[in-house]
Design a binder for this molecule. Structure first.
Ligand code: FAD
Length: 401
């Protein structure tokens, strides 16, 4: 494996790093303390600047206005953007749109691509992904209850979803619903595009998560699909292939998330070290002179580096052999990086003492917001079980001496 970063990528990463430091980090205090809508004009200005710099939609297809970077290249971009909660959104590569763009590009019809994919890549509209249900376990999605029943030329969708991130203000949702109840479990569900102005699409509420209901892009909605009628031409990919398509969406998506988490680790690590060398804890002695703090710093540095290399390796595997063959590597990074991030954020917060609990630094935002990393995109436990099963299979019938 070649660890060298191309000259082109070095320039891109350096431009992004400078932009994040100069344009985004100074906006964070307002982002934390003010309603999002008051900040949107400023955010739009920053997005225009990114477009002018030709750094817009780094991972998305060139023919639709993106930069067309490959997965390893975008992993490096995602790390650089992850330093700020505004990074991915301002550069047009935010979840869940990024995943929706991927599957629309792979499975969309010509009409779907023109109507939904093009404006999505251009950042003119937003979208959401509506799979998890209130009453059914997201960890076992074959138990989905939402149905899409054929009626004339339409599907009629009924069901109750939640955690449809960023649904508030979205133009459309990609909904996972059971279309073929008699088929084997993994061939029962389909993905269907549902415009959010459809009378059967009811946004019940933005769920309050860790004390914040959020709004617009930064929110998670509960949605009631009530006799929601859409033309059958809104089916994405073949009928019954919802889970097959979901796999395509989740592989690269995990790389984006994991490298964003590494970006967060880097940011809070910098804050931790900087605080440690500045905070005088007794006459002439800073926190950085204490062995327990040194130990946290050394452990964090090692864990971040190990996690980073694992993610880059998984991205490289996906490029070389495809997401399906790289399933073990994808599951490994999901729980490994989420755990490292949680530990590093926690140590950074602890080093800041009372200040760490306040919203005067970004650490408490990350602490609240990123707890979810161990739950979404497959709970850690589910990934651990899947990895262990794969590993143990290799030992079946083998006697190790
Ligand atoms: C911030 C956030 C954003 C999200 N965004 C979206 C989105 O945009 N679209 C969408 O559709 N969904 C989204 N989700 C939902 C997410 O995918 C689900 O929460 C997740 O799949 C877990 O499902 P569940 O919440 O129903 O938990 P459950 O399935 O009820 O599991 C609960 C817990 O049980 C444990 N567990 C589960 N299965 C096993 C097992 N086999 N063995 C041992 N332990 C197990 C795990 O610890 C798990 O956390 C989001 C969630 C969060 C928190």
């Amino acid at each position: 494996m070649n660890f060298e970063v191309s000259d082109k990528m070095k320039i891109i990463i350096s431009m992004i790093g400078e932009f994040v430091n100069k344009e985004l980090i100074p906006m964070e205090q307002d982002f934390i303390s003010k309603p999002l809508k008051t900040l949107l004009p400023e955010i739009e200005k920053k997005r225009s600047m990114v477009k002018q710099m030709e750094l817009w939609a780094p991972n998305h297809p060139k023919e639709y206005g993106g930069m067309g970077l490959d997965l390893v290249e975008h992993a490096l971009v995602s790390e650089a953007l992850g330093r700020s909660p505004l990074g991915h959104f301002v550069f047009g590569c935010q979840a869940p749109d990024a995943g929706n763009i991927e599957i629309l590009n792979l499975f969309g019809t010509k009409e779907q691509k023109e109507k939904y994919l093009r404006p999505l890549v251009e950042g003119k509209i937003r979208s959401c992904f509506s799979m998890t249900e209130v009453d059914m376990p997201g960890s076992n999605p074959v138990m989905l209850e939402t149905t899409a029943v054929k009626d004339g030329n339409d599907y009629v969708i009924n069901g109750q979803k939640w955690y449809s991130s960023s649904a508030d203000g979205s133009e459309f949702a990609i909904v996972m619903a059971v279309t073929n109840p008699e088929a084997p479990p993994y061939l029962r569900a389909s993905m269907i595009i549902v415009p959010t102005n459809n009378p059967g699409f009811n946004l019940v509420r933005n769920i309050s998560v860790m004390g914040h209901a959020g709004e617009g892009y930064f929110s998670h909605a509960e949605i009631l699909y009530q006799s929601c009628r859409v033309p059958q031409t809104n089916l994405l990919g073949p009928e019954g292939h919802g889970f097959v398509i979901a796999q395509e969406r989740l592989g690269p998506g995990r790389i984006h998330h994991c490298m964003r988490w590494i970006g967060i680790c880097n940011r809070v690590f910098d804050l931790m070290c900087s605080r440690a060398v500045q905070r005088e804890i007794s006459a002439g002695k800073t926190l950085s002179t204490k062995q327990i703090i040194q130990s946290w710093i050394a452990e964090s540095a090692a864990e971040i580096q190990a996690a980073r290399l694992m993610v880059l390796h998984a991205a490289w595997m996906i490029e070389k052999v495809g997401a399906s063959t790289a399933r073990k590597e994808i599951s490994l990074i999901k729980f490994m990086v989420a755990g490292v991030m949680q530990k590093v954020i926690d140590r950074a917060l602890q080093v800041h003492g009372g200040l760490g609990m306040t919203d005067d630094t970004i650490i408490s935002f990350f602490y609240r917001h990123e707890r979810a990393a161990r739950i979404y995109d497959g709970a850690d436990e589910v990934h651990k079980i899947s990895v262990a099963k794969r590993i143990l299979k290799e030992y079946e019938g083998k006697r190790v001496k």
